[in-house]
Design a protein around this ligand. Structure first.
Ligand code: GLU
Length: 470
């Protein structure tokens, strides 16, 4: 069987956005599933709008998403010799010709066509003139005058275009630079691309490209045009629907696998399954299950899926991912057993890595004071001081603070003080974290360890005393 070769060819005129990432993902999944190749190509011929910063941002996003490529990155600006060879081929075969009509001439032709109710187009004036190259000449493709061009789209079905509506489009400008549709076709042919999945904003280009394939006697690839991504209000996704750049989602604490899972579901389905690991996506992806209606981007759904992925990821694997967020908050955290313990208490309750780092504050602050005012007022009352002392003594006497071992100490204090667990747990929580919301008491104590726990219980006792003496 033929090796499947797909490609992702972003134009570096901005960051990698949600729709682009989904296109990259679909092509990557299809290549991986078929043990094929995934090619990365940078379409930088628009030298005015292309920037190195955008190229870097695209690489950065692809790496974060772990969408690795087997070939490339190719840069179109480094391939002009190849394009020239292919232009010459078309000139030699009579499928292209030089045209010296000025932009004003062409505009007049368009106006004339429109006046008769026809589609505005170049009228083919230089088509049979056999003009030689000259400084102001463009090269036009000799488009067939009749018949149809059919895009056999694996997603949309057959789309039929009338050739008579297609004009002899320019494939090389008078300054010698080849045009977009031409270079894409030359690249796709020379890179052996046989499957093209792209946004349906490109569907109008496809008949032109098919005509070029035919003139160059190259086999046609499989085409699939994916409907756009919309915002919740059904308008095309834009900045006002939230962040557009893929790396903004990294910075908001999303996991790459959760983000990919969500992107895949934006336009593709497998029954009613929502949660997919990367491996499952590779196994289950299929072109025929790409939907015909636009995907609606919903950050709440993405967040819920992220929570599921965080929960499903082994804590050891989360550690290096959450570490940058810890550092950002100024915590002196390292990828060590303590961090793994910390994550173990937080990962079932965090929807994003940012939320996880937020929730870890008390693990990395030496002193959790000042206490949250409301929590302290409610739970650190004079009657609690002896209970905290009792608990500190009971915990100190234990050989270790494993969750099971602690239970005995708590029981002992509950009996002595004649209090239920709830009455003890909240003051302890405030003492250990400075707030009234945290992971479970036992698991938290096990992670904090004896030294921190005893110091914090003692500090809370002193705090209560200081209140009494004022
Ligand atoms: N460079 C084009 C874009 O960024 C993609 C062209 C294609 O997929 O053929 O939209």
């Amino acid at each position: 069987m033929e090796t499947i070769i797909t490609r992702f060819p972003p134009s570096p005129t901005g960051y990698l956005h949600v729709g682009g990432a989904r296109t990259a993902l679909f092509n990557w999944l299809y290549a991986r599933q078929n043990h094929g190749k995934f090619v990365l190509r940078i379409e930088d011929t628009d030298t005015v709008r292309s920037t190195q910063a955008s190229v870097d941002a695209i690489f950065d996003a692809m790496r974060w998403l772990e969408l690795d490529w087997d070939e490339g990155p190719y840069f179109q600006t480094q391939r002009f010799d190849i394009y020239r060879t292919y232009l010459q081929k078309l000139l030699d075969s009579g499928d292209a010709y030089y045209c010296t009509c000025s932009p004003e001439d062409v505009e007049a032709m368009r106006q004339k066509a429109m006046a008769t109710g026809a589609k505005p187009k170049y009228d083919g004036r230089c088509r049979e003139r056999g003009l030689p190259p000259s400084p102001n000449a463009v090269i036009r493709f000799k488009s067939p005058l009749s018949g149809t061009t059919v895009v056999e789209d694996v997603i949309k079905g057959n789309i039929v275009f009338q050739n008579r509506e297609q004009d002899d489009f320019v494939i090389c400008r008078s300054d010698g630079t080849p045009t977009y549709n031409f270079v894409v076709v030359v690249d796709d042919i020379t890179m052996g691309i046989n499957t093209i999945i792209r946004g349906d904003d490109h569907v109008m280009n496809t008949p032109k490209q098919i005509l070029l394939y035919k003139a160059l006697k190259a086999p046609l690839p499989v085409f699939g045009h994916v409907p756009m991504v919309l915002g919740k209000d059904k308008a095309r996704l834009s900045k006002r629907h939230g962040a557009m750049s893929v790396t903004a989602y990294r910075d908001m604490g999303f996991l790459p696998d959760a983000f990919l899972n969500y992107l895949a579901r934006l336009g593709w389905s497998h029954g009613d399954q929502e949660f997919f690991t990367r491996q499952e996506l590779i196994e289950k992806f299929s072109l025929k299950n790409i939907g015909r209606s636009p995907g609606v981007f919903d950050v709440d759904k993405l967040t819920a899926l992220n929570a599921d992925h965080i929960r499903a990821t082994p804590v050891g694997q989360l550690a290096p991912r959450v570490l940058p967020f810890m550092r950002q908050k100024g915590y002196d955290a390292a990828d060590d057993a303590y961090l793994v313990g910390v994550i173990g208490t937080l990962h079932a309750r965090s929807k994003t890595l940012v939320e996880m780092a937020d929730g870890a504050h008390f693990y990395y602050r030496e002193d959790v004071r000042p206490y949250d005012e409301k929590a302290a007022r409610k739970f650190l009352k004079p009657a609690v001081a002896p209970v905290l002392t009792m608990l500190a003594e009971a915990l100190e006497a234990l050989p270790d603070l494993a969750e099971k071992t602690q239970e005995a100490a708590f029981k002992q204090v509950m009996e002595k003080a004649g209090l239920g667990f709830g009455k003890i747990a909240q003051p302890v929580r405030v003492a250990l974290t400075g707030t009234s919301v945290s992971p479970g008491i036992f698991e938290m104590i096990a992670v904090l360890g004896k030294a921190r726990v005893l110091a914090r219980l003692k500090a809370a006792g002193e705090y209560i005393q200081s209140l009494e003496s004022t």
